[in-house]
Design a protein around this ligand. Structure first.
Ligand SMILES: Nc1ncnc2c1ncn2[C@@H]1O[C@H](COP(=O)(O)OP(=O)(O)O)[C@@H](O)[C@H]1O
Ligand SMILES: [Mg+2]
Length: 296
C-alpha cells in the first residue's frame, strides 16, 4: 500500500505546531499517541486520517538526506527479514535558514488494534497466541546490526497480522557495533549534559538491548509493568524461555524495569528543567513537543 502524503494539510499542521511551541501550549493539538520521545499527531485530510511524527529539526539538507536514506534502508531491511511494517513516508519543508522540518507519516491505524490495548481487552488465550506470533517476528528480525523496539505499544494486530509502527528512530549498526543513527541529532531534545558528556555511554546503554533477542524480550516484558499487565509475565516468560539460550527470570524482568524506569524518569526530569530554562531564563520558545510525565 502506498501513501500519498497530503502536502497542504501537513504544512498547515506544522504551522499549528509552530504556534503551539511559540505559545508553549500544546492543548489545541490532536494527539494520537505518546511515545517516550515524541508526540504523534493526528491529521485529518480529504485523503484520510494520518499519524504524523515530528522529527528533530535538521540543521541542513545533508543531515536530512542522510536520515531519509537510513530510514529507507531500515524499512527495507525489516521487510527483508519478514516484518510487516506500516507504510511510512517522510514529508519535509525547508525553512529560510536552510533548516529542515520533517515528519514521518503513516496512515492512522485503528487504535483499538494496538497490541498494548488488546492485551487489556482480550483474554489470556489471545495473549498467548499473540505472544507466539510476536516471538516468531522478533526472533526472525533482530540481528546485531538490525534493532527493534518491540514494546507492545509499537504493534497493531490487524486481520491476524502483526504490523510494526515505531520506525522513526532507525536502529541499525555497522559491523563494529556503531550506531548508524544521527544520535546527536536525535538526542537534541535532551539537555546538554546528556548530549555531550554522557551521550555516548547513555546512547549505548539505551540502544544495546534492541540488537539482541534477549534484550528486546526483556524490554517488552519489563514494559508490561508500565502497562499494568504484570499478570501476563509468568506465561510469557515460559514462552520466551523456550526460545532463549539464556533464560530470563521474573526477577530479571523486575530489576530491568526498575532501572529502565529510573533512567527515563531522570531523562524526563532533565528535559523538564531544560524546558523551564528555555522559557523562563532565556525567554525563548522550547523547540520540542514532549509527552506528559508517565506514571511508572
Ligand atoms: N500509524 C499509527 N496509527 C495509529 N496510532 C499510531 C500510529 N503510529 C503511532 N501511533 C500511536 O502513537 C504512539 C507512539 O508512536 P511511536 O511510533 O511508537 O513513537 P515513539 O517512538 O515516540 O514511541 C503509539 O504507541 C500509538 O499509540
Ligand atoms: Mg513507540
Amino acid at each position: 500500500m502506498t501513501l500519498t502524503v497530503p502536502h497542504t494539510a501537513l504544512a498547515h499542521l506544522e504551522e499549528q505546531v509552530q504556534d503551539a511551541l511559540r505559545r508553549a501550549d500544546d492543548s489545541a493539538l490532536d494527539v494520537l499517541g505518546y511515545g517516550e520521545i515524541t508526540l504523534v499527531l493526528r491529521l485529518r485530510a480529504d485523503e484520510g486520517s494520518f499519524a504524523c511524527k515530528r522529527l528533530p529539526v535538521f540543521p541542513d539538507r545533508d543531515r536530512f538526506e542522510r536520515y531519509r536514506h537510513s530510514l529507507d534502508a531500515y524499512l527495507r531491511r525489516l521487510a527483508d527479514r519478514g516484518l510487516t511494517v506500516a507504510p511510512t513516508e517522510v514529508w519535509h519543508t525547508a525553512g529560510p535558514s536552510g533548516r529542515i522540518t520533517a515528519y514521518c507519516v503513516q496512515r492512522e491505524l485503528p487504535p483499538e488494534r494496538l497490541c498494548s490495548r488488546l492485551l487489556h481487552t482480550e483474554d489470556e488465550t489471545w495473549a498467548k497466541t499473540f505472544f507466539a506470533r510476536f516471538l516468531d517476528r522478533v526472533c526472525a528480525a533482530v540481528h546485531p546490526t538490525l534493532g527493534l523496539d518491540a514494546q507492545a505499544s509499537n504493534w497493531v494486530d490487524i486481520d491476524g497480522e502483526l504490523t510494526y509502527l515505531d520506525v522513526t528512530t532507525p536502529l541499525m549498526r555497522d559491523d563494529h557495533g556503531r550506531e548508524l543513527l544521527d544520535v546527536r541529532l536525535f538526542f537534541t531534545s535532551l539537555p546538554w549534559i546528556l548530549r555531550d558528556a554522557v551521550r555516548v555511554s547513555v546512547a549505548k546503554s539505551i540502544f544495546d538491548k534492541f540488537y539482541a533477542t534477549r534484550g528486546v524480550l526483556l524490554d517488552f516484558l519489563g514494559n508490561l509493568h508500565k502497562e499494568r499487565l504484570d499478570a501476563l509475565v509468568p506465561a510469557f516468560l515460559e514462552q520466551a524461555n523456550a526460545r532463549l539460550a539464556e533464560p530470563i527470570t521474573a526477577a530479571d524482568v523486575a530489576s530491568y524495569y526498575r532501572d529502565d524506569a529510573r533512567m527515563w524518569e531522570l531523562i524526563q526530569r532533565l528535559r523538564a528543567a531544560d524546558r523551564l530554562w528555555h522559557r523562563k531564563i532565556r525567554r525563548r520558545p522550547y523547540p520540542f513537543l514532549l509527552p506528559p510525565p508517565v506514571d511508572r
